[in-house]
Ligand binder design. Structure first.
Ligand SMILES: Nc1ncnc2c1ncn2[C@@H]1O[C@H](COP(=O)(O)OP(=O)(O)OP(=O)(O)O)[C@@H](O)[C@H]1O
Ligand SMILES: Cc1ncc(CO)c(N)n1
Length: 263
C-alpha cells in the first residue's frame, strides 16, 4: 500500500516552494501526495507579487474531503496566512489520528510576509501544541519565542523555548547560520544533531517546505521521528546541491535529483 500524505499549505506559482514543492517531494519519496490549499500566491524567483487567502469553509471542506474518504498517514502544514486559518487547521489536526509536521512559515526567502503578525499567538498556543514535529527556521524561532540564535550552541536554548509551547519534537533549522548546515532535533530528552556540508548555491527556494514534506513522507512510511528527520535531511541536502537557476532571481532546489542521478 502506498501511504497517503496531506499538505495544508499555500500555492507558489513558481513551483519551487509551497504546495508544489510538497507534492514533488512526496512523489520523490514514494508516497501519494494530497493538498489542502490555504492561499494562492503570485510568486517567482524574484519574490511574492501577491497573495490571496482562501475562505475558512474552503479549507475545512478540502480537509474533510481528503481525510474522511481517503485517509492520511501523515499531515504537513506550511503557509497558513491568518489567525483564523491557523486556528481552523489546528482544530482539524487535533481531530486527526496521524502525525503532523508543522512548518511555522513566517516569511519567504525574499522577506515577503506569508503570515499575519496577528496570527503569531495562534501559532504558539493552538498550532504548536498539536505538532508531532515543529520545524522553525531561526527567524521563525525569534518571532515565536524571542530567542535569537547566532551560534550552534544557542540552538539548544531555541529548542527548549519552542518545546515550551507543546510540540512533541522540535527541529531547529540552523540553515541561516554560517559554516555547516546544522539542525538540532530534540524532544527534550533525546538530542540528535544533523550536520551536512553547506552548498554554496544561491538556488535554495523551497528548502523548508521540502524538508518538512520529506519528514511527513518518512513518518507516513512508518519510520520513527529521528529516522524520518535523518532521511529527510539527506534528501533536502541533495536537492540543495542540485538547485538550479530559474528566472532572474533565486531558483528552486531540485526535487528530482535522485531520479536524475539515477539512484
Ligand atoms: N546552503 C545550504 N547547504 C546545505 N544545507 C542547507 C543550506 N541552506 C539550508 N540548508 C538546510 O536546509 C534545510 C532547510 O533549512 P532553512 O533554514 O533553509 O529553511 P527555511 O528557511 O525554512 O526555508 P524556506 O526559505 O524555504 O522557508 C535545513 O536542513 C538546513 O540546514
Ligand atoms: C506558498 C509558499 N509557502 C511557503 C514558502 C516558504 O518560503 C513560500 N515561499 N511560498
Amino acid at each position: 500500500m502506498i501511504p497517503n500524505v496531506l499538505t495544508v499549505a499555500g500555492s507558489d506559482s513558481g513551483g519551487g516552494a509551497g504546495v508544489q514543492a510538497d507534492l514533488k517531494t512526496m512523489l520523490a519519496l514514494g508516497v501519494h501526495g494530497m493538498s489542502v490549499l490555504t492561499a494562492v500566491t503570485a510568486q517567482n524567483s524574484l519574490g511574492v507579487q501577491g497573495a490571496w487567502e482562501l475562505p475558512v469553509e474552503a479549507v475545512r471542506a478540502q480537509y474533510r474531503s481528503v481525510v474522511d474518504d481517503i485517509g492520511v498517514q501523515a499531515v504537513k502544514t506550511g503557509m497558513l496566512a491568518s489567525a483564523e486559518l491557523v486556528e481552523t487547521v489546528a482544530e482539524l489536526l487535533a481531530g486527526t489520528d496521524a502525525p503532523a509536521v508543522v512548518d511555522p512559515v513566517g516569511v519567504s526567502k525574499h522577506g515577503d510576509s506569508l503570515l499575519a503578525a496577528s496570527a503569531l499567538d495562534s501559532v504558539r498556543t493552538k498550532l504548536l501544541p498539536v505538532a508531532t514535529v515543529a520545524t522553525p527556521n531561526l527567524d521563525e524561532v525569534a518571532q515565536l519565542t524571542g530567542v535569537r540564535v547566532e551560534s550552534e550552541e544557542q540552538l539548544r536554548r531555541a529548542a527548549a523555548a519552542v518545546l515550551g509551547y507543546g510540540p512533541r519534537w522540535v527541529l531547529i533549522k540552523g540553515g541561516h547560520l554560517s559554516g555547516d548546515a546544522v539542525d538540532l532535533l530534540t524532544d527534550g530528552s533525546e538530542e540528535h544533531w544533523l550536520r551536512a556540508p553547506r552548498h554554496d548555491n544561491r538556488h535554495t527556494h523551497g528548502t523548508g517546505c521540502t524538508l518538512a514534506s520529506a519528514i511527513a513522507s518518512q513518518l507516513a512510511k512508518g519510520h520513527s521521528v529521528p529516522e524520518a528527520v535523518a532521511a529527510a535531511k539527506e534528501y533536502v541536502t541533495g536537492a540543495i546541491a542540485a538547485g538550479f537557476a530559474l528566472g532572474g532571481g533565486i531558483g528552486p532546489v531540485d526535487h528530482g535529483w535522485r531520479f536524475r542521478a539515477g539512484s
